[in-house]
Design a protein around this ligand. Structure first.
Ligand SMILES: NC(=O)c1ccc[n+]([C@@H]2O[C@H](COP(=O)([O-])OP(=O)(O)OC[C@H]3O[C@@H](n4cnc5c(N)ncnc54)[C@H](O)[C@@H]3O)[C@@H](O)[C@H]2O)c1
Length: 341
């Protein structure tokens, strides 16, 4: 029998996720949907085939009234915290889009609440289930021990209303993917960070859209990151452009001549290309397909998901540490931001 899901927030991404992933999930069917905008709710309900009696504009009413196992929070980021909290308090498992929440104290509180209630709390860091990222992870080590990493991302983004007024906009909305990738690729948390974030003249954003950061991982490896959401000109693919310098060669995610993908370059400059299609997962398991499957499996067996809220504390703390480091001009230690019992 399928598990019953309530999805909250059906904006551009939320509705896309509903159509492309939730609707096709073998594990979940809709208990109901929630969208604060009534016109949008009606439109999405019709497209998704959800009857009016299972559609709500108020998430608390929906959580109290609907028979459900879990909630998928795809509302705008500033609302993640109250929606996750209400769902957990109602005894529902939670999957929330990145960024988990906007403040590390909120994240720690939710992780504790989920633990007390014995519920699954998961963050949809879907890039961990993308072929480009999995192929990069598999390729690292093929040319010896990794020594240091450089990653960059450039895009000219037109911000949504909520993004235009968000603090730490670039960090929480976009760099969150790349910083989570760093932790995943190298199986190591970020020990220390020294960062700088900044705005540009005439920017539509209150929060800084540019970031540059140097990090040291727990395993001692240096990582250098540069990201921008206000860069006109050549833009990067969402996963960014990476060079992992290894002892006997380099591993890249980028376009070294045969299209965007993973390249392994040896000491003689021989290049091997691994395209998206050559990656380990079929289309039916890419990204949010696997996130949903993992949520269902963990609801059934009670185990901790790879993408648990607890794990995500270390991604969020690193991002907050970048912002603090920029403001204070000092080195910051992400782990010191995490307070749990
Ligand atoms: N993982 C990814 O690759 C990825 C990609 C894009 C967006 N996202 C994330 O998905 C989330 C949504 O992004 P989006 O692009 O759809 O934004 P959006 O602004 O297009 O849509 C947000 C929707 O949430 C609704 N909403 C706001 N408060 C609500 C509430 N209290 N109850 C119910 N609905 C509410 C809004 O009415 C709107 O329809 C964000 O957190 C964003 O960071 C993730």
């Amino acid at each position: 029998m399928t598990l019953k899901l309530i999805q909250v927030g059906l904006g551009m991404h939320g509705f896309g996720v509903a159509q492309a992933f939730v609707k096709h999930s073998p594990d979940f069917s809709y208990a109901g949907i929630v969208e604060i905008n009534p016109a949008r709710l009606k439109e999405c309900a019709a497209e998704l085939g959800v009857a009016e009696e299972f559609c709500y504009t108020d998430y608390k009413e929906a959580f109290a009234a609907l028979e459900a196992d879990a909630v998928f929070v795809t509302a705008a980021s500033p609302y993640h915290y109250p929606i996750c909290k209400a769902a957990l308090e109602q005894g529902l498992h939670v999957l929330v889009e990145k960024p988990f929440v906007l403040e590390i104290s909120e994240a720690c509180e939710l992780v504790e609440l989920a633990k007390q209630k014995g519920l699954i709390l998961m963050v949809s860091q879907n890039y961990r289930y993308q072929n480009h990222v999995l192929s990069l992870k598999n390729a690292i080590g093929e040319v010896g021990q990794p020594l240091f990493v450089q990653a960059q991302f450039f895009y000219d983004h037109f911000g949504k209303d909520y993004q235009q007024v968000m603090d730490n906009f670039m960090l929480l909305e976009m760099a969150v993917h790349h910083i989570d990738m760093i932790r995943y690729l190298f199986g190591s948390n970020i020990r220390s960070v020294s960062g700088k974030t900044w705005n540009i003249e005439g920017s539509m954003y209150k929060g800084h859209p540019n970031v540059q950061a140097s990090m040291e991982l727990d395993n001692g490896m240096p990582v250098f990151y540069l990201g921008s959401l206000v860069s006109k000109g050549l833009s990067s693919p969402w996963e960014g452009e990476w060079r992992v310098q290894c002892q006997d060669g380099s591993v890249h995610l980028g376009d070294l001549g045969q299209g965007y993908g993973v390249y392994i370059v040896d000491q003689q400059q021989n290049k091997r290309f691994i395209s998206y299609e050559d990656g380990p997962l079929p289309d039916s398991k890419q990204g949010i397909h696997s996130v949903l499957a993992d949520l269902a499996a963990r609801i059934h067996d009670g185990g901790e998901p790879m993408l648990s809220g607890r794990d995500n504390l270390y991604t969020l703390a690193a991002l907050i540490a970048f912002a603090d480091s920029s403001e204070r001009g000092t080195v910051k230690y992400p782990e010191s931001y995490i307070i749990t019992n």
